[in-house]
Ligand binder design. Structure first.
Ligand code: ADP
Ligand code: MG
Length: 430
């Protein structure tokens, strides 16, 4: 998986058995590989930008190579032989996403584009690949996002507790799951900016020497500007009713240029941008979740969890509601989205739908993604046939990810945290 932050590739390798929300997963390993600076810059230049089609085409193939290498590196570190991996789910890197139809050449068109050529990945690894997860949901009338609520519901639903999963990537999003419910009452949407505005401010202020506010250190010494924050929070996106999706379109360079035009010091600006993320998440919970359900706890994941200043602001904004990290339900904060695409690829390989229509607005549940077969003549363990194992390469909230399904003969890392949690989640759901 690779998310809108353009920070790199997240890979998770999982074992998975069973089906649908009752599937059992066991995360064998996860690992993130940062994009080299030149790649990040090249991706930024083709993300929601006027770009040469040649660059898009080349980057599509180049990312296929990088995803393959990231998977190989991850498997090698964990001593998982590649041959034991049976399926890859690769979200790819989103370079354009317009979930809501817009007038174009006389017709209303919604579209999305993730790159990272699946043929290259399959050829390099010898493994089947599921990619292009978002298109089918959009063809069915959905916004193509968010897709991760599938995993959130699968692992976090609880008989007695109302839970909210928040992911703070480039964009921040939430999945709210009322106690003891099916997916029809799940609420999911993008709350607004996550780290994207902060990252761009830091990059532009430091002229590229730093790409993010490491450990929230800059924001910690700034004073937030209450007036500017209030003005930013009045934006109509925050008032719009869900489902809704956000992206670089709203919070890209234009938005950041306007912030830089203010007279504020760099520290105050970054503190205010950090508060914008925390406050807009809290406002989303207050305005769109609490009127519908009780919220007993919030589980946060994504790179934003590594920013203590942001987490402190979020805890303060949430008041009484405990704000925890997703690790408390067994989901590594950096691997959650990669795991989600591994699970969805597995569902797709079994011709089962994995969009959550309540989250995306799709007319119906659909089987997501496209299969690129390796076509190896050797007999493979059918996925239906025992334990399978998935790898996910991220792209996240708007993301890139891969699932690999592997035969269990491999020397497996010792006991993995995922299984008890999945079991617990299942037990709780019953
Ligand atoms: N130590 C840290 N301190 C502050 N921010 C961090 C830290 N580590 C990661 N981040 C933030 O998290 C972002 C990456 O988050 P991620 O969840 O991967 O987003 P995406 O899914 O959009 O790729 C980085 O761009 C950065 O802003
Ligand atoms: Mg990322």
């Amino acid at each position: 998986m690779s998310g809108t932050s353009l920070d790199g590739i997240d890979v998770a390798i999982i074992d998975i058995t069973g089906s649908g929300f009752r599937a059992k997963i066991n995360v064998l390993t996860s690992h993130s590989v940062p994009y080299p600076r030149k790649i990040r810059e090249a991706l930024l230049a083709i993300s929601n930008a006027s770009a040469h089609t040649g660059d898009i085409s080349r980057l599509n193939f180049l990312l296929g190579e990088l995803y393959s290498e990231a998977l190989e590196e991850t498997a090698e570190r964990a001593e998982i032989p590649l041959e034991t991996i049976k399926l890859i789910g690769c979200h790819g890197q989103t370079i354009f996403h317009e979930g809501q139809g817009a007038q174009y050449l006389g017709k209303k068109v919604a579209s999305t584009l993730q790159i990272g050529e699946s043929s290259v990945i399959s050829e390099r690894t010898g493994i089947d690949v599921i990619s292009n997860f978002r298109e089918r949901d959009m063809a069915a009338g959905g916004k193509g996002a968010p897709l991760v609520p599938y995993l959130d519901y699968m692992l976090m639903r609880h008989r007695g507790r109302g839970r909210v999963a928040v992911n703070i990537g480039g964009i921040a999003n939430l999945t709210a799951i009322p106690p003891n419910t099916n997916t029809d009452r799940v609420i999911a949407f993008d709350t607004g900016p996550g780290n994207m505005v902060i990252d761009q401010l830091v990059s532009r202020i430091t002229q590229g020497r730093q790409t993010y506010d490491r450990d929230g250190a800059i924001a910690a010494v700034g004073d937030l500007d209450v007036k500017l924050l209030a003005k930013l929070l009045r934006d109509k996106y925050f008032r719009a009713k869900p489902p809704k999706t956000a992206g670089r379109e709203q919070y890209g360079s234009e938005f950041v240029s306007k912030l830089l035009d203010t007279e504020l010091s760099s520290e105050d600006l970054i503190a205010t941008a950090t508060a914008l993320t925390a406050e807009s998440i809290a406002a989303a919970v207050r305005n769109f979740v609490l009127p519908e359900m009780r919220v007993d706890e919030i589980f946060v994941s994504g790179g934003g969890t590594h920013n203590p200043t942001m987490m402190r602001m979020l805890r303060k904004a949430m008041g009484e509601i405990p704000v925890k990290e997703s690790t408390e339900v067994g989901l590594d904060v950096d691997a959650k989205e990669a795991i989600a695409f591994a699970v969805m690829a597995y569902e797709t390989a079994h011709c089962r739908p994995s969009n959550v229509p309540m989250a995306t607005g799709a007319k119906r549940p659909v089987v997501l993604g496209k299969l690129t077969q390796n076509g190896a003549p050797a007999p493979r363990n059918g996925a239906a046939n025992g334990t399978t194992n998935g790898t996910a390469m991220n792209g996240s909230a708007r993301n890139g990810s891969a699932t690999a399904i592997h035969k269990p003969k491999a020397a497996r890392p010792t006991k993995v945290s995922r299984q008890p949690v999945a079991a617990k989640a299942k037990a709780a759901a019953r």
